[in-house]
Design a protein around this ligand. Sequence first.
Ligand code: SF4
Length: 278
Amino acid sequence: MTADDILAMLRRQTEEEISSVVIHCVSRAMLDAFRGKKRIMGMVSKGGAITSAFMLLNNCENPFIERFEEVLSICRKHDIVLSLGNTARSGCIHDLRDKMQIEEIRQNIALAHQAHENGVQVIIEGCGGHIRSDRIPKYVKQYKKQSPYPLFVAGPLPTDIAAGYDHIAGCAGGSMASAAGADYLCYITPAEHLGLPDPEAVRQGLIAFKIAAHIGDAAKYGKDARDKKIAVMRAALDRKGQNRYALYPARAQAFSDDGEECTMCGEFCAIKILRTFL
Ligand code: SF4
């Protein structure tokens, strides 16, 4: 594989009418900074690892950086949104933010400036991977202070122990990141770390991250009118009305029983008791 092959593939894919493409702009300096580091998980980005291996094997700079103007002209021609990848993201919550991550964000912001000046829209991938929950809002806010460009987060996963349920762990991390200012969530499926997801796993992952996006939007933009509507219906014990405002009405309906109150508390329904006595 040569740098020409890489650029030719980028050109071919953009001609196939994709709308966005990820490139990893890891630099030689970043790889040097990475070498001596004691990360448990090393590098966990597939695109970043392939790009890094190409650079190390050929003892060269990153062709996406060296030929960035060419990349931009390809993207501009087809109105492609350029996503600047997160090679340096951490692969477990014990691998803390290091020089490589900080340098990647700084460099991606500089490349994003250049892209914007050349009429190409950009999303920057950062603050993704595995990050302990108390650090997620901090990292997102730091990015937002530094950068005017939309932030894409993969997950993040606030714990490493949820294998088989990583869509739930990712929903928790994605909600925190989104509420703190992240603009674009990359969903995670229950098969994460384990295998290729089947269609049902994909569906479960998307549901989890639609919920995360809604939680984040309520915090960022006050997009909570639907929450209010469902609460009003719930307070009125309007079971069918409540289900209508659920994110997945058919799912809510499938769990619903027929009584005025539900069978969770039955005759001890708090709403009914207080309606009677207040
Ligand atoms: S029975 Fe319990 S869970 Fe069901 S509506 Fe009443 S208070 Fe809510």
